[in-house]
Design a protein around this ligand. Structure first.
Ligand SMILES: [Zn+2]
Length: 64
């Protein structure tokens, strides 16, 4: 986990690595740390996915 100390904001979210669909028509994305494949393909449209970041609340109590 990486926390940026120089840019602290009072929101309970952190910059999270995600995979986002490379198709412009598709808004599918998934958390990188919940993905077990190195290069996943989109479950909706089967396009390749690109690594990205998104502000998300931390997954602290999720055990699934
Ligand atoms: Zn897609």
């Amino acid at each position: 986990m990486y926390y940026s100390k120089k840019n602290v904001e009072p929101v309970p979210e952190e910059q999270t690595s995600i995979w986002s669909c490379s198709s412009e028509d598709c808004s599918c994305w998934m958390r990188e740390n919940l993905t077990f494949e190195k290069t996943p393909s989109c479950p909706l449209c089967q396009s390749s996915m690109v690594i990205n970041t998104k502000m998300l609340p931390p997954l602290m109590y999720h055990t699934r």
